[in-house]
Design a protein around this ligand. Structure first.
Ligand SMILES: [Zn+2]
Length: 433
């Protein structure tokens, strides 16, 4: 039986490879007018990047570089060339659900899974055409292991899309995730896997890792509101013991844990429990920042998503939305000043995929980050967090040939990153076609 399975899988793999066409080891030469390589602090001018197959072979001054015979030459001498960008917080299975059309709940209650997969396919393509060649997609919001399927479809060459690192179902507790607000007699589906107690927490992590999760995502806070003294209060979810079980299990598999955490008790439990990255971190107090520095915790602030789409100002939700944004800016500035490792993430999906992903860069720069620093947060620094240092997020020998180009000068005008003219992923030109 085992042998039969092996033969079957060999047949299937070779059929898929034939259909997809394995990338030929062709040689491509890119002439870059300006090169921002993702790691160096200064751009270099007039550079030649030689790509063999799906890897970068050399990067050299045009004056001294030789073009290999038979190479395809791509002239980007009037452009700024960068590594493919990395968004470390997305949801391809969300579409910025419009409350007027049933919002988050309708996506789970009404949309057939095939429809959700089709929309996720479009989201993946939209990310790639905007120059994002890698996504860390942090949970499917009720679409189970759908992200594993989309990842396989991209890797098999069936659909275009970025490299995906996926978190599958995510983990929260009873009372810690929608769908909610229905009659208590009804057993409603949830947007995350619900656990109570360290045993269930560890089991959920095991299941998700077993099914192919690259990261584990945990919700450490859920509801938030304006407190008695005008502060942002967040409902904590997992206990430190529950989180420790998840982190211990996940680290044992050589993988990492991303924690959604807004403020207060849940944020501190996230740090005490050993989360590898804090997602959103709306209200970081000094103790949290000190602990993040000590533990080497990554910070994925996802700023832009909190600065639009507020409820009406005279409602509870509206006041909460305004407070979230109000505390987020000083948190980001404090973390930046203290030297916390900040990584670019957007929460796309929470934002409709029709909007520009790169709008997050403008927020980061507006709040005091240097443009080159912001670029590195979406390239080489993200690559380190994702344990892919030197492979992605850099235009350098040995890296995958994920290369993009923009018309302007993003080091002086960060908005230039919203207008990506050229995209290559894994040595294959995706845009222009
Ligand atoms: Zn998110």
């Amino acid at each position: 039986m085992k042998r039969l399975l092996l033969i079957l899988s060999l047949i299937l793999t070779s059929a898929a490879a034939q259909q997809a066409g394995s990338p030929p080891a062709q040689v491509t030469v890119i002439h870059a007018g300006t090169l921002v390589d993702g790691k160096s602090d200064k751009p270099r001018h007039d550079q030649v990047v030689v790509i063999r197959g799906n890897r970068i072979e050399t990067v050299a001054d045009a004056a001294s570089a030789k073009t290999p015979a038979g190479a395809t030459v791509i002239d980007l001498s009037q452009a700024t060339v960068l590594p493919g960008l990395i968004d470390s917080h997305t949801h391809i299975f969300l579409q910025g659900e419009d409350p007027a059309q049933g919002g988050y709940d309708a996506n789970i209650l009404s949309a057939p899974l095939a429809l959700r997969a089709a929309r996720a396919t479009v989201a993946a393509r939209r990310a790639l055409e905007q120059g994002f060649t890698t996504l860390r997609d942090v949970e499917t919001e009720g679409a189970g292991y759908g992200d594993i399927g989309i990842k396989q479809a991209i890797e098999g060459g069936y659909i275009p899309g970025p490299r995906l690192l996926v978190a599958t179902r995510a983990i929260s507790t009873t009372g810690g995730y929608p769908l909610e607000g229905y009659a208590p007699e009804l057993e409603m589906p949830k947007g995350a896997q619900i656990v109570d107690g360290p045993v269930e927490a560890r089991k959920a992590a095991r299941e998700q890792l077993d099914h192919g999760a690259d990261w584990i995502k945990v919700y450490m806070t859920h509801r938030s509101w304006v407190g008695k003294n005008g502060e942002l209060v967040s409902q904590p979810t997992l206990t430190v013991e529950e989180l420790r079980a998840v982190v211990d299990e996940t680290h044992g598999w050589g993988k990492k844990v991303a924690c959604h955490a807004y403020s207060g008790i849940g944020l501190h439990r996230a740090l005490d429990g050993g989360c590898d990255s804090i997602e959103h971190g709306l209200d970081l107090d000094d103790a949290a920042i000190t602990q993040m520095l000590k533990q080497g915790t990554w910070y994925v602030p996802t700023l832009a998503v909190y600065y639009g789409d507020w409820g009406p100002p005279d409602t509870e939700a509206g006041r909460r939305d305004r407070l979230r944004a109000a505390v987020h800016e000083p948190s980001f500035k404090k973390a930046l000043k203290a030297g916390v490792k900040i990584v670019f993430g957007t929460d796309m999906g929470g934002i409709p995929w029709t909007e520009p992903i790169a709008q997050e860069f403008s927020r980061m720069v507006e709040f005091g980050m240097q443009p080159m620093d912001a670029i590195q947060s979406a390239t080489s620094r993200a690559a380190v967090m994702l344990d892919m240092e030197g492979k992605i997020g850099v235009v350098a020998p040995g890296a995958y040939a994920d290369v993009i180009a923009v018309k302007g000068d993003p080091v002086h005008e960060i908005k230039a990153l919203q207008d990506v003219q050229f995209v290559m992923k894994d040595g294959q030109v995706f845009r222009p076609k």
